[in-house]
Write a protein that binds this ligand. Structure first.
Ligand code: PMV
Length: 309
């Protein structure tokens, strides 16, 4: 018997970094998935295609998730965990959070431990702590739930629902970076300029609340404006760089309503909203310049798990 779980990646629409310091963030699931299989074994082992890409930051944290759950629910941690990921690592698209959530879901399924979604997220956080150093929890919260959520640490996430579908454009810079290093940089900015940081965080928290209303109401033009404002705030903290700023400029020049870096910055991806008729040409324009770019429909579904013989 083996248990399988699939969890979507994520994109932070607004509020990254500030969310670590108590502000609201708006985040969406993206339809690229991590698939995890967990089966009984004589020892704990992880087999992952992340190895092949030379990126394995998720592998040690996986053991923290399994060991934490084994302790909490008195389970055997001797399992073989196989991870296949369609979420690129280091791209700001939630590869580690989706992995941790899927591991927690599959391990609990294998052992018939029924967990509510917030309990599952708590289990996944054991891995996130060791990846990020100081995670807000937004990434596993949205990977587990799917759709779009408004998130603030310590509050119950609010689902943002809307009729029909909403599309985003995601473009990968090709540059990897350490989320932990980026979070450390922002924390040093906060320590150095506490008054300025507090006001900026308050402003971005309000911006996230407004952005959720605009997404809900289908005001993509208004949402785009807020994305670009949010990018400027992230630039001011020093978490953007020339490549990401250049991609944002390009997206705006090509007709997007707005664009910003998404995730920890310093590399990773840029997110944009565009008028429906222009999305195709924008995706080809960025791809032609060597940036892997795709249009995604926000999936409603979060993590799911099942048993197989
Ligand atoms: O690891 P990333 O690039 O998905 O970024 C996570 C978002 C941060 O706000 C920077 C950290 C967090 O835990 O909220």
């Amino acid at each position: 018997m083996r248990a399988i779980a699939e969890a979507p990646g994520k994109a932070i629409i607004t509020g990254e970094h500030f969310v670590v310091h108590g502000a609201w963030a708006l985040a969406a699931a993206v339809p690229r998935k991590v698939r995890v299989t967990v089966e009984s074994s004589t020892k704990f082992e992880v087999i992952s295609d992340l190895f092949r890409r030379g990126e394995s930051p998720e592998l040690l944290p996986v053991s923290h998730v399994v060991e934490g759950m084994a302790r909490e629910f008195s389970l055997k941690p001797t399992v073989r965990v196989t991870i296949t990921s369609a979420v690129p690592g280091g791209a700001g698209l939630g590869s580690s959070a989706a992995t941790m959530v899927a591991v927690a879901a599959a391990f609990s399924k294998l052992n018939s431990v029924g967990l509510k979604v917030d309990e599952l997220v708590d289990c996944a956080m054991a891995g996130e702590w060791s990846v990020h150093g100081k995670p807000s929890g937004v990434d596993p919260a949205v990977c587990a739930r799917g759709g779009v959520i408004l998130f603030r640490t310590g509050a119950a996430p609010k689902r943002v629902s809307f009729d029909g579908t909403r599309s985003l454009i995601l473009s990968y810079s090709g540059l990897n970076r350490s989320t932990r290093g980026q979070i450390g940089h922002v924390t040093r900015m906060k320590d150095r300029y506490p008054g300025m940081f507090e006001r900026l965080a308050g402003g971005i928290g309000d911006l996230s609340l407004r952005a959720s209303e605009m997404l809900q109401g289908g005001d993509l033009n208004g949402l785009g404006t807020l994305l670009t404002v949010n990018h400027a705030a992230l630039m001011s903290l020093g978490v953007s760089n020339e490549t990401l700023d250049g991609m944002v400029d390009l997206l705006l020049t090509m007709g997007c309503y707005g664009a910003k870096l998404t995730g920890a910055g310093g590399g990773g991806s840029v997110l944009a909203v565009a008028p429906e008729g222009k999305e195709k040409s924008i995706v080809s324009g960025l791809s032609a310049r060597g940036f892997e770019t795709f249009k995604v429909k926000i999936p409603a579904e979060g993590v799911k798990s099942w048993l197989e013989r």
